[in-house]
Structure formats: C-alpha cells, structure tokens
Design a protein around this ligand. Structure first.
Ligand code: MN
Length: 496
C-alpha cells in the first residue's frame, strides 16, 4: 500500500468510526560491562560470531548463572525514569520454548514478580499541543537470546550466541495509546528517558531498543482482537507499522471478516505487516521459578542510593524550561541536541539570566546545526567562550546594533574562527553588519526601491499587504542586509 493510499484510507469516513488501541512492549538493552548471568563481554556490536560466550551462555550442563549486580542498579535507575520504584522483592523464572538460538531451552525472565511494577511516561503531542500520560504496567529483567542467521541461497542456517545472555529490561505499557502518532511519541520519550537515566547506549541500529506493538481496533467500548507486530527498531517504523495495522484490521472487519490474534512482522521497505505465527498464550511457556537464581531482595536504603545517583531526567528539564518560558517543542529539541552532542546545552540554558533565555534558545534552535556541531567538538574551556559570546551577542542585539539576519551571519562567522575577535563591536563594524538606523540614508534607498518597483508599490497601495515584505527585502538587499527592517517598514508605510 502506498503512503498516499494509506493517508486517504486513514482519512476516510469509515475508519473514523473505529478507535485504535495500542500497547507497547519495549526491550531495552542495558549497558552493563558483562552479561546478565555470566562474565562474558556484553558488547556484541562488531565482535566476530561466538567470541563473547562462555559455559553459562552456552547452557552447558551444570553451569550456574550468577546475577550481575550492575543490571539491578540500572533497573533501579530505569524505575525512577518511569516514575516508579524498584520492588523490594522480585525473582527470576524460566520461560520455556525451543529455538536454536536459545541453548538452555528456556529464557531466564521474570514472570509474576518483576523488578518494576507500575509507573507512567509523559508524552507531548506537538500538533494538538497536548500532554498525555501513558501508564506502565511493569518492567522485568531478562536475558536476551542469540541470533539465527540464514545465509541467502544456502541450505543451512548459522547461530551466533554473542548476544545470548545480554541483560534486557522489558518495559510493558498499558494499552493507553490511540493513534500511530501517540505510539511514536511514546517510543521517542522512552528512548529519551532511558538515555538520560543512562541505562542503555540506546543505539537503535544495533537493536538496543526494540519495540513490539499490540494493535487492535474497535467500534464499541470492548477492545477488539489484537495483533502484535514484533521487533520494530526505529520510531518511524513504530508509526508506520501501527498505521498499516489499523487500516488492515478495519478493512478486515468492514469486509465481515475477523482479526486473528497473532504475531506479525514488519516489512520496512514496503511498509506492510505479515503474519509470523499465531500468538502463544502465557501458559504455553510453562513458566517456573528458576531454582538456580536467588530472588532479588533490595533494601530501601539500597534503592534510595541509586535513585539519588540517577542523572536529571527529561521532565526535570522540561519543567525548569517551562518556568523560563520555553515551550515543550523547543525543550524536546534541546533534549535531543544534548544527547546528540553532549555539549552541556541544557545546563547552560538553565544557568542563563531569565531575560536572555528565550532569545538564546531561539538561536540555538534556529541557527542551524553547524553551531551545535561546533559545540560538540569544543572543550569545556571553549564552551565557556561560546557562552560569553552568546551573552555579548544578546546585549548587542538588544541595543539594536545589529538586526536578526546579520546576527545569524555573525554567529556563523564567529564559529568559523579559531579565536574570537577582541572587540566584538569593532568587528561587527568592520564586517559592515552594524544595523543602519539612519532615517535619511534609508529614505533614499526606499525611494529608489519604490521607483524601481512601481507595480509592487501600486499593489501595496491597493491594499495587498504582503507586498510590503518584498519591498523591505529589496531595501535589505541594497543595504547589504544592514538596514533596520522596522524603520524601513515605517518609511514605506509613510509613502502609501
Ligand atoms: Mn521479552
């Protein structure tokens, strides 16, 4: 189905009668040094197959798993990020199934007493400008399986167990989302939360966060039969898969057919989902407590200690920035920049005097990424330089010395320099960027522009207000961008 077709079906009348309901399970790979129950290296990214394994990962008879405390500490931090708290008591269970990448014949997971119960995630919908809370059912620790590889056109398959035993935190949401967009916003926020809590490297390319989405549609108050789309590894594919699935299910129901409860895959190229297998029920797995692993018993003081060590989380910054007059859309952009560039942008913004926050945030957001990229490459010492530069620029623009176009140009120039100019004001003069507020001089340019563009000026006289932008633009051009645009506007208006 093409995107246009999807769009037209999404907007069609019959689809509007159905309410989609979406719940998401997300497997977050925890950034421990070693695996969840073995001392093998947990960094499988580029390692040759089957080089990061030991007797425990191979499930050799008699091998005894030993819980990695680091994974527990990261779960405590993740709980805090989910507005929850790690349980004082949780335990591990065996989840039985057979697959070649699971040598033990069962996955070590947590069944009825997980390390995290409850919690919530705040999302913000920028289009409808609405905040929403998505509730968390639970999150549990479990060991990842290995990877089956099926070489093209070969009559054999291969197994790589490097990833077997990698610690995962599986976060299960309530079915609180009702559109593909909400599903994507939730996935994006979960990513921010886990990155800020510093519990995962969050490398989506390497599958550090994998999303399974449960989608159903219904015309009534009762939930419809759901399908689960497994292993989505980008925010975009979460949104596309949910959209596709909503339409597929509505079409089935409108055709008088049934939705079957099943597990489906997502074809990223085509944007379609396809059936993998009918869905197993929980009891198919024959869960049983794992007798080899003692339960996790955590004192409150132990939990408190690692909660206190958790970094500031996204909502902390969003709240602080809101108090400073920064809207949520801008705050989320800053939160992303901070992660991408690690440049201390957030702490810097929060340290600004209240009245300079807004213009400086606007510069950071609007003056393109070269600045941000530059920030990433500079040492702390230079960051201070950037900060004082912004403050100088602010006072210069507030004095009306330079217009906003020229400021952008100036900031770009300054970042290309190895050393900042000694006297910024002098430098601006030398560049010819000083804003020209000389009414006499500007008057003669305005006159010339009006004479050269008689049609535009006539249109303006006849009430076509938007033409004034064009005329101001012409004056800016002739003045090499130095004219004070508000004075130019006044002068043109006087001539009408
Ligand atoms: Mn799982």
């Amino acid at each position: 189905m093409s995107n246009d077709r999807t769009e037209s079906i999404l907007n069609s009348a019959f689809l509007k009668e159905y309410v989609p309901t979406i719940g998401i399970e997300c497997h977050v790979q925890l950034k421990t040094v070693s695996k969840l129950f073995s001392g093998a290296d947990n960094n499988a990214k580029e390692a040759p197959p089957n080089t990061l394994i030991n007797h425990i990962d191979l499930g050799l008879p008699g091998a005894l798993p030993v819980l990695n405390e680091q994974a527990v500490i990261l779960a405590i931090k993740a709980a805090k990020a989910l507005n929850s708290r790690a349980s004082n008591f949780s335990k591990f269970d065996r989840k039985h199934y057979f697959y070649p990448d699971l040598p033990m014949g069962y996955q070590i997971s947590q069944f009825d007493e997980p390390i995290i119960l409850g919690g919530y995630v705040n999302i913000y919908d920028p289009i409808n400008q609405r905040a929403k809370r998505i509730n968390i059912t639970r999150a549990h620790l479990e060991a990842d399986a290995g990877k089956n590889i099926h070489p093209d056109k070969k009559n054999y398959s291969l197994v790589d167990l490097n990833r077997a035993g990698t610690p995962l935190l599986e976060i299960v949401s309530e079915p609180d989302m009702h559109s593909a967009e909400e599903a994507r916003l939730y996935a994006e926020k979960l990513y921010l939360l886990m990155r800020y809590a510093d519990v995962t490297e969050g490398n989506l390319y390497y599958g550090n966060m994998r999303f399974d989405v449960n989608v159903s549609v219904s015309k009534t108050n009762e939930l419809g039969t759901r399908a689960e789309i497994k292993n989505l590894n980008s925010f975009r594919s979460v949104e596309r898969a949910v959209n596709y699935e909503i339409i597929r299910q509505v079409k089935l129901l409108e055709d008088g057919e049934r939705v079957v409860q099943e597990t489906r895959g997502f074809n990223d190229q085509e944007g379609t989902t396809y059936s993998l297998r009918s869905k197993e029920n929980a009891d198919d797995y024959r869960y049983m407590p794992d007798p080899d692993i003692p339960p996790i018993i955590l004192d409150d003081s132990y939990i408190d200690k690692y909660e206190d060590e958790t970094n500031h989380l996204p909502d902390y910054y969003i709240d602080k920035l809101r108090d400073l007059g920064i809207d949520e859309v801008s705050s989320y952009i800053l939160l992303d920049y901070e992660l991408e560039e690690g440049a201390g942008i957030l702490e810097y913004v929060l340290s600004l005097p209240k009245n300079s926050v807004k213009p400086i945030v606007n510069w950071i957001i609007n003056i393109e990424s070269p600045i941000i990229l530059k920030l990433a490459n500079i040492t702390n010492n230079k960051i201070n330089r950037v900060h004082s530069l912004y403050e100088d620029l602010l006072s210069i623009s507030q004095e009306g010395l330079i217009n906003s176009n020229s400021i952008k140009e100036l900031i770009k120039k300054l970042f290309e320099m190895d050393k900042p100019p000694k006297d910024l004001r002098l430098y601006i003069k030398e560049l010819g960027l000083i804003q020209n507020s000389d009414t006499k001089e500007l008057e003669s340019i305005v006159k010339k522009v009006v004479e050269d563009n008689p049609k535009a000026f006539n249109d303006l006289k006849n009430g076509e207000q938007k033409v004034i932008g064009f005329l101001i633009g012409q004056v800016m051009k002739i003045s090499n961008g130095s004219a004070n645009p508000s004075i130019v506007k006044e002068l043109i208006e006087k001539l009408i």
